[in-house]
Write a protein that binds this ligand. Structure first.
Ligand SMILES: [Zn+2]
Length: 289
């Protein structure tokens, strides 16, 4: 069965959060999780394995911050190449054939010209360089998530297509405004998702920012906008800032109940973003039909 057939017949369950999950294991707040690929590989492997044990069909590599442009901001002794290679390797080791591995690329961290200093050609080259490394290490598919700039995520789509024949998923983050759901750059959800679908992505959708209850309404509107498979990955509620850092409190059961409603709307691919844990994925899997 092809991946597309599988998405359309059984759907796909992705994993939960990486950043907040590694923070639960001791990653200091503010430290890019990707650095643990080299500094604490056991924790990264354990996290991936726990998601597969909980029922994830797909795990995402811990490489969100390791595109060359973004990674340069961290002034780390590590190289983005080593972090990216090791990220793919750890996911594959942890999964060992029990689930698919999706190579993850996140935003560059720069606003694009003319709003900011990011030159589109440089940013696209950065994405393509990371995607090529991921492709060479070997993954089943690619995913770009949590983008708030339509212009920028379209560069990732071009980068994916330039280095790999593999399927790719594109997911942006939206805020609820009075007149509907928009990116913070002001793109309306229906127009954004249509543009993503036009890239040849196997699925498009939304992640982060909103909790699972808010994502039900978003999913209903988004489902009207595109006919290709959709992915929805909410946060575990709204963040609460505490002295120990930012925490998310939505319990796995209510999250899973809302995910079931999102799937009933015709969303084929689901998972969790910030604050979700293996227990969240387990609760979703327990309701899977
Ligand atoms: Zn998130």
């Amino acid at each position: 069965m092809t991946l597309l057939d599988r998405i359309k017949t059984t759907g796909l369950l992705f994993d939960g959060a990486i950043g907040t999950e590694l923070q639960r294991k001791g990653l200091p707040f503010g430290t890019p999780p990707d650095l643990w690929n080299l500094e604490n590989p056991d924790a990264v492997r354990e996290m991936h394995a726990a998601y597969v044990d909980a029922g994830s069909d797909v795990v995402v590599t811990n490489t969100f911050n390791a595109n060359p442009v973004r990674f340069a901001e961290y002034k780390s002794d590590q190289s983005w190449e080593a972090v990216t290679r090791r990220g793919v390797e750890l996911a594959k080791q942890a999964v060992s054939g029990r689930a698919l591995v999706a190579g993850e690329i996140g935003p560059s961290g720069l606003l694009l010209e003319p709003v900011g200093p990011g030159k589109p050609a440089d940013i696209e080259r950065s994405f393509a360089a990371q995607a090529k490394l991921i492709e060479d290490e070997g993954v089943d598919l690619f995913i770009a998530e949590t983008f708030f700039s339509l212009q920028e995520i379209l560069l990732v789509a071009r980068a994916f297509r330039s280095v790999s024949p593999r399927p790719f998923i594109l997911s942006m983050t939206f805020e609820k405004k009075r007149r509907g759901y928009f990116t913070i750059m002001g793109d309306r959800i229906d127009r954004a998702l249509q543009a993503l679908a036009d890239t040849g992505a196997i699925a498009v959708g939304a992640n982060c920012t909103l909790g699972s209850a808010d994502m039900i309404e978003l999913a209903a509107q988004a489902r009207q906008a595109v006919s290709i498979p959709m992915i929805i990955q909410p946060n575990a509620g709204q963040p609460q800032v505490t002295p120990e850092g930012t925490i998310y409190n939505e319990d796995p059961e209510s999250f899973a109940a809302n995910i079931a409603r999102i799937r009933e709307l015709g969303v084929e691919i689901v998972g969790g973003c910030c604050g979700t844990q293996p227990a969240t994925i387990g609760a979703i899997r327990a309701r899977w039909t």
